[in-house]
Write a new protein. Structure first.
Length: 587
């Protein structure tokens, strides 16, 4: 059963509709998005959760924000960690759909009522130019409130603007802050109260088992222990880590990086970041006692992207950059790209530089290395060639967590017992070396991508998921069976992942996203890595093309959309019909 709440931003009318939505139909928010774009509607914004999102269990604190991206012109599906998924779960909402544009700068309050939820619109309590943190302060009634806010760049509809939840959990890619600004909505405050749902037996067992295994897995232990997974760069990772514009040789920022130097600035060990999850990935760092703790939350795209700059910024400047991106409501990757020409940045000059870079009069932020209008994440496709195919083909643009990274299956970097976890996902025993993309990798690309796409559809966090972390496919399938009341298998998970990708691919074909963009920038085919274990490596164009063709055939894609007849196109059409009934019934 799916519950959606549809709100007209312009008319402040709200309606709720509930309908059966079988898990095999794919994520409800993508079914709704597919229906809306097929009707020529682009001014929409959907906050949603998958079936398992918001459960009191490990890896269940992931919500999604979906809209048409001002960067790519296609659908963007931003994952947001933290308390948002639990707030939606507490309200019994699977998707909140906003449409239209408010006549004045508005704020929305969502809270429970006797019949479900009530939406209260009002003139914004924060000014247009208020920062995210100032907006949160103006709106917050209780620390249990979950508040999504945008800063001035979002209100100005800058394509690099983010939406920030609870001061420090941002939408990392897609420019969705600009979409919220286009709706003329400054904030959404969800007053669901404290999350108190009791664990089921399965949720409790899987969470306890996961927590007991963290110390025996070097990856999960490194994510939980300080300084945490946000500070992943290392001088040894040249070719895996790709600073700035992906130079051939290591940047000073990468060569000099030391995660331990950040320990004096830790203000939270991550235990308070995602409710109910013992993995505790998202630590917080701060150089100012007045900054909110969550304002320093550090994701893998945040501090690392700036720390690896060619001019090797110091720790205080890197930490300030991370916090200021949350404060101002700008995407870290876009902000780092905007500041590449700036010299001698410091905590004292950084805010002024960022404000200027995102001002309406500033020059457009772009690069020849961007992909689908988005900044390529700082994981080098020349070393991560399987991931690079994911960057290129992923309908929503170059997401770095679209599938597990190549480094996790290379015995030159990791011990054999870690590498061999990939054998259950199509990798040969002993793994594969980084910097390769021959046919031995094809099957694993398909299985890893479909599995992780299935996790996205369900609302399972990849930072707890198989094959390299301690959740298992079997455990996830049992959770789905418990929640849905019907059997759910590994094959069902992979099929769900394929349907999710099909919905995105089909919607983008309707939006006119050109298939010619399903490749990497020329730089990665033409400029080899110099030095280190990956010396001389580039992406071979023929290998890339063969891998792309293999995946498109497997996923039932054609250029630019789906094959006319097939399992995926049939499932996409079924999801479209379900969404049409929901939307038409809610109007």
């Amino acid at each position: 059963m799916a519950t959606i709440v549809v709100a007209s931003v312009s008319g402040h009318k709200t309606s709720t509709h509930r309908s059966d939505w079988p898990v095999e139909a794919g994520p409800v928010h993508l079914g709704l998005s597919h229906y809306l774009v097929s009707q020529g509607i682009k001014d929409f914004f959907i906050i949603a959760r998958g079936m398992l999102a918001g459960a009191p269990a490990v890896g269940s604190a992931v919500a999604t924000i979906t809209a048409v991206s001002p960067q790519s012109g296609g659908l963007a599906e931003a994952k947001v960690e933290g308390p948002l998924a639990h707030a939606l779960s507490a309200l019994g909402i699977d998707a909140l759909v906003l449409q239209g544009r408010a006549p004045q700068i508005s704020g929305l309050v969502v809270k429970p009522s006797a019949d479900g939820v009530v939406l209260e619109w009002a003139e914004s309590l924060a000014m247009k130019d208020a920062t995210v943190w100032e907006t949160d302060d103006a709106v917050r009634v209780s620390e249990s409130d979950v508040i999504l806010a945008i800063g001035q760049p979002g209100m100005n509809q800058h394509p690099g603007a983010s939406i920030v939840t609870n001061r420090g959990f941002p939408s990392a890619q897609g420019g969705l802050g600009a979409v919220m600004g286009a709706l003329n909505v400054k904030y959404i405050a969800i007053r669901a109260g404290a999350f108190t749902r009791t664990q089921t037996e399965t949720e409790g067992r899987l969470t306890r088992e996961y927590e007991q295994r963290i110390d025996s897995n070097p990856l999960t232990k490194s994510e939980r222990d300080l300084p945490g997974f946000a500070l992943w760069p290392s001088p040894d990772l040249h070719g895996y880590a790709g600073p700035g514009d992906f130079p051939a040789t290591p940047s000073p920022g990468l060569a000099k990086f030391s995660a331990l130097d950040y320990l004096p600035w830790v203000v939270d060990d991550g235990q308070e970041a995602c409710p109910g999850c013992p993995q505790a990935c998202l630590k917080a760092f701060s150089v100012g006692s007045t900054d909110p703790v969550d304002g320093g939350r550090a994701h893998q795209l945040g501090m690392a992207s700036f720390a690896m700059r060619k001019d090797a910024p110091d720790e205080r400047t890197v930490i300030s950059f991370n916090s200021l991106c949350h404060k101002l409501g700008v995407e870290h990757l876009v902000a780092e790209q905007a500041l590449r020409g700036e010299e001698a940045l410091s905590p004292d000059t950084l805010e002024q530089a960022l404000v200027a870079a995102f001002a309406p009069s500033a020059a457009p932020i772009n690069s020849a290395i961007n992909l689908k209008g988005m900044v390529v994440p700082p994981f080098d496709p020349r070393g991560n060639q399987g991931l690079g195919v994911g960057y290129a083909l992923n309908p929503t643009g170059p997401r770095y967590d679209v599938l597990e990274h190549d480094i996790d299956f290379d015995t030159a970097f990791l011990p054999p017992e870690r590498v061999d976890r990939g054998t259950g996902f199509g990798l040969p025993g002993g793994g594969l070396p980084m910097g390769t993309l021959d046919s031995r990798r094809h099957d694993s690309l398909e299985q890893l991508w479909l599995a992780w796409s299935g996790f996205d559809a369900l609302g399972v966090c990849e930072y707890a998921a198989p094959p390299t972390r301690e959740l298992t496919i079997e455990g996830i399938c049992v959770l789905v069976s418990d929640h849905s009341g019907t059997p759910f298998s590994r094959e069902d998970l992979l099929r769900l992942g394929k349907v999710r990708l099909g919905l995105l691919r089909s919607a983008n074909a309707i939006l006119g996203v050109p298939a010619v963009e399903d490749t990497l920038p020329d730089h990665f085919f033409e400029t080899p890595i110099e030095g280190g274990m990956l010396d001389g490596v580039v992406v071979d164009r023929d290998d890339f093309q063969r891998a792309a063709e293999y995946l498109m055939e497997s996923f039932e894609w054609k250029s630019p959309g789906l094959k006319k007849v097939g399992q995926v196109s049939t499932a996409v059409e079924a999801a479209h019909v379900l969404a049409a009934r929901l939307m038409e019934g809610a109007q």
